[in-house]
Design a protein around this ligand. Structure first.
Ligand SMILES: [Zn+2]
Length: 421
């Protein structure tokens, strides 16, 4: 039944890396029994000639591990994690075509955890629709569901969430780079040799010292709602509005939109190509991706004050992880004022703030707080947050942030050595 097996270079490199790289557990993982084997998913095509139906994973961010025929026009796909232990975020993405138009059923299941995402479909890989109950039934077990779709010669993408691939983020980044005040540079390479890019948005007039904020995203491959919020957030900072213009006169933005290209390319559930959760590596520095971004952050010290750091992710619901207000900070009261500004704009939809009482977890936001003493945030976007509201929240978050940064800058804060809780 399997008629083609083509392994793209990045996947092949992943297979080689799996053989040659030992699994390095993070502090959190070290507490449990980690399985060292890291499973790459070769890009494949499965052709079911009895039904004239073909499935494939010949694209970036694709992932299914098994595809079989159950009965006439009825198929089963299974997704497995890259290694264990791992968070329950079973990613899947595949394409399906049929020689003639027909309706098929696809049983989707994942190994050892609950199916988390409501599947999305797209005919171009760009515009997505979430499946309603007529097309997707979750169950009967928590790890399975059944999709019913009309298929035909035009390829149909089916994915756990909207795919925001490396190519899509690079196209957006290269578009942004055309602005006269934006530069884009490769700052390092991933475990598999993929470039990691930094964008700098810097319209601060020549001769004036810029103030900086840092923005990163996609340490965790399936967290594409976080990427959606990131794009809107940045587009609000570069908009032609009086507020954004005032912001850009004083502040520059250092942005790394894709920290984990290997994980995103491979359709990983959580980890990088070494099987490590990168957002537990800040302070351990066992991975090239986190070391690369760390070095860029530290190099800002010589250029201007670093005011704020934000890291975009996805979770079950919207939320902001921040420091408690009573912790020492270079900018006391900043986070509370920022959230209040969002609440003024969206009184019923402000994400819930959670104060992080464990500064030792090796996340980017904890590290940036300890390293620079600045307010930091992990910005979580809900898996099922209405996509229009997602945009409204990201806009409000960016607008309120610009207001508070300008207010803080006006007080001419003294950036001393880091303050530790
Ligand atoms: Zn995450």
């Amino acid at each position: 039944m399997i008629i083609a097996l083509r392994i793209p270079s990045f996947i092949l490199a992943s297979v080689i890396a799996a053989v040659t790289c030992s699994f390095v557990p993070t502090l959190a993982q070290a507490a449990t029994t980690a399985t060292p084997a890291l499973t790459a998913t070769p890009a494949r095509t499965w052709e079911f000639s009895e039904d004239g139906v073909t499935f494939d994973t010949q694209f970036s961010a694709a992932r299914i591990n098994v595809c079989t025929r159950i009965a006439r026009d009825h198929f089963a796909v299974v997704t497995s994690p890259e290694n264990r232990p791992i968070n329950a975020s079973p990613w899947f993405a595949f394409r399906v075509t049929a020689k003639t138009a027909k309706t098929i059923k696809i049983h989707v299941s994942c190994e050892g955890t609950k199916l988390r995402y409501i599947p999305k479909i797209s005919v171009d890989g760009t515009s997505w629709i979430a499946l309603p109950a007529e097309a997707y039934i979750h169950g009967p077990a928590a790890d399975e569901g059944t999709i019913t779709l009309k298929v035909g010669p035009e390829p149909l993408w089916v994915s756990a969430q909207e795919i925001i691939s490396t190519e899509r983020l690079e196209a957006w980044s290269r578009t942004l780079e055309r602005l006269p005040f934006v530069t884009r540079n490769e700052i390092g390479r991933s475990e598999l040799g993929q470039p990691i890019y930094k964008l700098e948005i810097n319209a601060v007039p020549a001769g004036m010292k810029p103030n900086f904020i840092t923005v990163i995203s996609r340490q965790h491959p399936p967290e594409t709602t976080g990427s959606q919020a990131l794009l809107r957030f940045i587009e609000t900072l570069i908009a032609e509005t009086p507020l954004a213009r005032r912001f850009r006169e004083k502040f520059a933005v250092m942005l790394v939109p894709l920290v984990n290209p290997d994980g995103v390319n491979g359709g990983n559930w959580r980890h990088n190509a070494r099987g490590v959760d990168l957002n537990r590596d800040w302070g351990l520095w066992e991975n090239p991706e986190t070391r690369t971004v760390r070095d860029q952050f530290q190099a800002l010290r010589a250029r201007g004050p670093h005011y704020f750091h934000i890291d975009f992710h996805s979770s079950f619901v919207d939320g902001f992880y921040t420091q408690p207000d009573d912790w020492p900070s270079q900018l006391p009261g900043f986070t509370a004022a920022w959230i209040a500004g969002i609440t003024t704009r969206l009184p019923h939809n402000t994400p819930k703030r959670s104060t992080q009482r464990k500064p030792t977890i090796t996340t980017s936001h904890n590290w940036a707080y300890r390293e620079f003493g600045i307010p930091t945030c992990t910005y979580e976007v809900g898996d099922n947050t209405d996509r229009v509201m997602l945009q409204a929240i990201a806009t409000a978050a960016a607008e309120s942030l610009m207001e508070q940064l300008l207010a803080a800058e006006a007080t001419k804060p003294t950036f001393s050595s880091p303050v530790k809780p």
